[in-house]
Structure formats: C-alpha cells, structure tokens
Design a protein around this ligand. Structure first.
Ligand code: MN
Length: 265
C-alpha cells in the first residue's frame, strides 16, 4: 500500500465517522439557523430536527415546520423517481402528535413539500426523506402546483451545471385555517429565501455580489398561472414579517446589502 492510498483510506474512515455522528448534517445550516431552533423538547414551538437531507424547525402545536433549510447542488440530483411514500415522522419526541399521511385528506390542501422531492433524487433514502410529514404544510393546489412549483424548477436549473450551491429556506406564517381536527394549521403566507453561491462557499466567504431570491406567495387560490417573479421581495421584508434572521452566519455587513435588494434577474 502506498502512502497516498493509506492516507486516502484513513481520510475515508474519518469522513464516515463524522457523517455517522451527525456533524455532517449541519451543512444545511451553513448559512444560519433562522429562528435559533433547539433540539430540545423544552422548545416545542421551535424544535430543531437535523436530517441528512435537510434541517428544520418544527412547531408541535401547528403540526408543521416553521421553516425547512437545505443545501442544493448537482450532487443531490440523480434519477431516483419520486417515491410518494408519505408517512409520519417517527423521530418526533414521544408524546407529540405525529401528523399522518392521511391527515390532509379531504381538506382541499395539498401535502406541500418544503424540501421538494425533485431536489433529492440521488437515491431512494434521500427521496423518501422528503415524504416525511414533518416536511409538509397544507398548501393550496394553486400555489403548490403553480408559481411555487415553477420556482422550484428554476432553482434546480441554477445548480444543475455543477458550479453552484444554493441554500434554500422555505418558511410559512399565519393561520388560514386548521385541518385534522385542529392538529394541523394552514398558513396564510409562504416564503422562500434562496442564496446562490459558487460551490464550496462558506458563510464567511459570501460577498455582496451573491444572488439572493426571496419571495412571499400567499397560500390562496386563483394564482395557478401567476409568475413567481411577481412575488419577489427583499429578505428584509421576509425577516420583518416572520421575525426570523435568515443567512445569520453571513457577515452582518454583507447581510445588510444582500438582504435589502429585491432580485430582478
Ligand atoms: Mn439576515
């Protein structure tokens, strides 16, 4: 064995160990934890869940995530077809209601993914993770299948060439109504913040030339044919309406510039 292959094997073992310990999952929060979510049952309205495929803040009493954050680049994209294996998330703390695959039935709302199925097509494990009900909100079909879906497609087009990382955070706020006997709350507004950087860029390396796309799309009907671009706002607006701090690990001098702009490409 050459010295090079010895060290290659050593590094592979180290990488495996880090992955198994969960440290590697933090990649989805490279740019920050918008609400300061904590992985403790003492925080039932802001409960941090880190998965290999995405991180989220869960709200026990709304039965939905407050936000879901994930890294997207070409390494996450493959040929795995969507599994449609909607199911309860058994990793929720014991004693918390686990929203089930049929809890949205007959409500008129779609089981709206936060991290999209099509963003996790490398293998069946990754794709199946997106069908956990902790990744869902009640989303109107016009929103979900209209401008929201087209923004998801557009985001994938930005990274498919292999040179870019996108950091995507989907958040929702407000109460349009409840379903599942009050166990699940449908939000009034749905937000997305997308930071696009060159592959491997760290939070401290983000510059004021980085592209940021932020949108606020109402969770309503009659918008199926609307252009997602018409819903663009600044991150500052999203922060004011949600109370979250997006991209909080990016230097504040850079945040103040890129969060005040409204994308216009
Ligand atoms: Mn911010």
């Amino acid at each position: 064995m050459s010295l090079k292959s010895f060290f290659g094997g050593f590094l592979a073992v180290v990488a495996t160990t880090v992955s198994l310990s969960g440290v590697a999952f933090a990649q989805h929060l490279n740019m920050g934890n918008p609400s300061g979510a904590v992985a403790s049952t003492s925080y039932p309205s802001n409960y941090l869940m880190n998965k290999p495929q995405f991180s989220l803040s869960y709200h026990r009493d709304r039965g939905t995530p407050n936000w879901v954050s994930w890294q997207l680049n070409s390494t996450w994209l493959g040929s795995q077809p969507r599994l449609d294996n909607f199911r309860a998330d058994t990793s929720l703390p014991s004693g918390w209601y686990r929203v089930g695959s049929t809890d949205y039935s007959g409500s008129g709302y779609d089981r709206g993914h936060n991290c999209p199925s099509a963003d996790r097509t490398r293998n069946s494990t990754d794709n199946g993770s997106t069908f956990l009900m902790t990744n869902m909100i009640p989303q109107t079909p016009d929103n979900n299948q209209g401008p929201w879906a087209r923004l998801e497609d557009y985001t994938r087009s930005l990274v498919s060439g292999g040179t870019k990382d996108a950091y995507v955070i989907m958040a929702s706020r407000g109460t349009r109504g409840t379903i599942a006997n009050g166990r699940v709350t449908a939000p009034t507004n749905i937000y997305k913040v997308i930071l696009v950087v060159n592959r491997g860029t760290t939070a401290s390396g983000v510059t004021t030339s980085a592209r940021v796309i932020a949108v606020r799309i109402p969770n309503t009907t009659g918008i199926r044919n609307s252009d997602w671009r018409s819903y663009r706002v600044s991150v500052d607006t999203v922060e004011a309406e949600t109370g979250y701090n997006f991209l909080s690990s990016v230097p504040t001098s850079v945040q103040s510039v890129i969060e005040a702009r409204v994308d216009n490409l």
